[in-house]
Ligand binder design. Structure first.
Ligand code: FMN
Ligand code: SF4
Ligand code: SF4
Length: 440
């Protein structure tokens, strides 16, 4: 049986699945229920001077038959008193000493940071997470993402916390910034033991076409909120990868964003996250999703021959390069399986109007389109559009012997440098004459 026990910067938990700081970690009752269901750790709903929330406060993007593909909130930090939260942290730790309880914190002054760190340590917290990520409400008060967007301020506050903290300090980053590695490196400079990312992405969910009020609506008005859920996973993965590859960061990463199942979690870990945190999926489906995540991870590890998490953490990183290093001699083209094709011809429309006019409609009365090999640039679009799994596959056409990247082209003076350069990649590629569009 693979060993899935986790260690993030010295914080141990029975598995790498933690609840992110959010409504599911609002109370001891919820955290106990989650641990009982199998979660390995929980980052408590952010503690600070308690706030007053709005009603309503959530919005969602439903896409076709899928609900909450993207989720948004304008909720602030805890609205419960510190005393209540500390008492419940202490109680949870008594029942679950082996599980990780992390106190997420957000206060203002150095004295307040010092005090609250001591308070949560006394309550038994295994670590603290500094919430420099919240992109709504709290940032208007100079906290949350207002700190995360100012690397020097983030570094200073991290130092304040490290002056007193005896437990590991995680800095939670905001994605609402041009280059995530800057605050990540600032956290490392400030002495953080780990970083976690991403917090939510600033967003406006949509506008009611009758009332002209965006959602979520609060008495006829709205405000920007934070976006999360499955839709944000690609953004989170890219930021986790950027931090994991940056030589100025080099501290463990807790991956957050769009994780709904063990596969999503493994993807975060392959790109460098030591463990993961989950929010929206639990808000949608409940704590029970952990019952599929643990055996899913164990099966994956067994199948691949991994004995412990470290065997695969970061394993995808060597496969992510800058564009200039990709092999321009690698060639694939689309191939349609006549047996699987249902003749919907969505691929034809996509390639004809949105790509390279490389799919022809059949003339023989059947509905299976044909790839015009000479025109296909191997962009993938038709295979992504096709509703039948494995019906359009991308088939390799080069012999695999040559590797030439943009970098090589530049070095060998083979890259186009003028507007009408004959060395342009599309030179000689067949495209219909403009007027042909009107004759169809
Ligand atoms: C309703 C709601 C409240 C949240 N509150 C907090 C919070 O108090 N502190 C915090 O650090 N992050 C908070 N988050 C952000 C989550 O911890 C997490 O970073 C984000 O939702 C991305 O993960 P997900 O895609 O799994 O939801 C909140 C998210 C939601 C949806
Ligand atoms: S999209 Fe797929 S199923 Fe539809 S016609 Fe093209 S190949 Fe066939
Ligand atoms: S891979 Fe791109 S260019 Fe080739 S047939 Fe499909 S959509 Fe057209």
């Amino acid at each position: 049986m693979p060993n899935i026990s986790s260690n993030l910067a010295g914080i141990r938990s029975p598995n790498p699945f933690w609840l992110a700081s959010a409504p599911p970690t609002n109370s001891g009752y919820q955290v106990m229920k989650a641990f009982d269901a199998g979660w390995g750790g929980a980052v408590w709903k952010t503690l600070g001077v308690p706030i007053i929330n709005t009603s309503s406060r959530y919005g969602a993007i439903n896409y076709r038959s899928s609900r909450m593909v993207g989720f948004n909130n304008i909720e602030l930090i805890t609205d419960r008193t510190l005393a209540d939260n500390l008492r419940e942290i202490e109680e949870v730790k008594k029942y679950f000493p082996e599980h990780a309880v992390i106190a997420s914190l957000m206060v203002e002054s150095r004295a307040e940071w010092h005090q609250i760190v001591k308070d949560v340590e006394n309550a038994g917290a295994d670590g603290v997470e500094l919430n420099f990520g919240c992109p709504h409400g709290m940032c208007e008060r100079g906290m949350g993402s207002a700190v995360g967007q100012e690397p020097s301020v983030l570094e200073t506050i991290t130092r304040w916390v490290k002056e007193v903290a005896k437990v590991p300090v995680i800095v939670k980053l905001t994605p609402n910034i041009t280059d995530i590695t800057e605050p990540a490196a600032a956290a490392a400079r400030g002495g953080a033991d780990a970083i976690s990312l991403i917090n939510t992405i600033q967003s406006l969910m949509g506008v009611d076409l009758d009332t002209f009020v965006p959602t979520p609506m609060v008495d006829g008005k709205s405000t920007n909120g934070g976006y999360c859920g499955p839709a944000v996973k690609p953004i989170a993965l890219n930021m986790v990868k950027n931090c994991a590859q940056d030589p100025d960061v080099r501290i463990p990463i807790s991956g957050i964003g769009g994780i709904e199942n063990w596969r999503d979690a493994v993807e975060h870990m392959l790109l460098g996250a030591s463990n993961v945190q989950v929010c929206t999926a639990v808000m949608h489906y409940g704590f029970g999703i952990i019952r599929e995540m643990i055996p899913g991870l164990e099966n994956f590890m067994r199948e691949k021959g991994f004995e412990k998490l470290d065997d695969f953490i970061g394993k995808a990183l060597p496969n992510v390069k800058t564009w200039e290093n990709l092999n321009l001699k690698y060639k694939v083209i689309a191939d349609i399986s006549a047996e699987k094709c249902i003749g919907c011809q969505l691929c034809y429309t996509a390639c004809e109007d949105g790509a390279h006019q490389a799919i022809a409609l059949p003339k023989n009365g059947n509905r299976v389109p044909e790839i015009i090999e000479g025109n296909c640039v191997g962009c993938n679009l038709c295979s992504l559009v096709c509703p039948v799994e494995e019906c359009i596959t991308m088939v390799r056409k080069d012999d695999g012997k040559k590797h030439e990247s943009w970098k090589d082209y530049m070095a060998a003076d083979k890259a186009p440098t003028t507007f009408n350069d004959d060395r342009a990649g599309g030179k000689g590629h067949w495209v219909p004459e403009p007027a042909a569009a009107l004759k169809r």
